[in-house]
Design a protein around this ligand. Sequence first.
Ligand SMILES: [Zn+2]
Ligand SMILES: [Zn+2]
Length: 240
Amino acid sequence: MARFINKTLEIIKNICFPIACCNCGDFVDSEGLCFNCWKRIEWISDPKCKICGVPFEIDLDAICPVCLRKKPNFDKAVAAFKYDDFSRNMILKFKHWDATHIAEKFGRWMYGACAADIANADVIVPVPIHFLKRLKRQYNQSELLGLELQKFSGIHYEPRILKKIKRTAPQEGLTREKRLKNVRGSFEIDENYVSLIEGKFIILVDDVLTTGSTVNECSKMLKKYNAARVVVVTIARVDS
Ligand SMILES: [Zn+2]
Ligand SMILES: [Zn+2]
């Protein structure tokens, strides 16, 4: 009887307050994506590079040429899905609109992608943005994602460890070399939090991984203060 009442209330709620797909706006029966949008997401699974997580076309248990040429400062990077035209649209909504309900979905998917790693982690650290950018945008999307990961994993979350001390030009459209140069020296560690870095396993959270320059620079700082392990977790990554 209680189940029947709950179901009836749920139906009434959906009629009075219909839920929209967080991508296309179509009605859905539970929060999230409609089936059509869900189908279009390119989820990342094996085979992929053991370090940066770039998907491989063929079944290889290996390291990609980029990581072989120069090992990144982070130990591993995982992402929930590929960054393509479809997911770009969804992520842009999250970045530029008041879309905290999308953060909840993204957090759940990111947690699914990194569950094995995060279980052994000590602290979740979001990639910071410059305070002037934060004033303009009002929130840092990486912080929202980090908070969601804390919710799902129960791992300590600390957004004050890393600081963005320099304003930098947007990374979009820059070459790999220019991206590296653009972010070099733009992050700093808050020395009040070194005890949360030394010997610790850190989950570094960002929204999208492109060339990895930003997370690489953040990882460099964390490793400078003797972080034992840094695993980068993003919602999406480019597939090359
Ligand atoms: Zn949809
Ligand atoms: Zn790689």
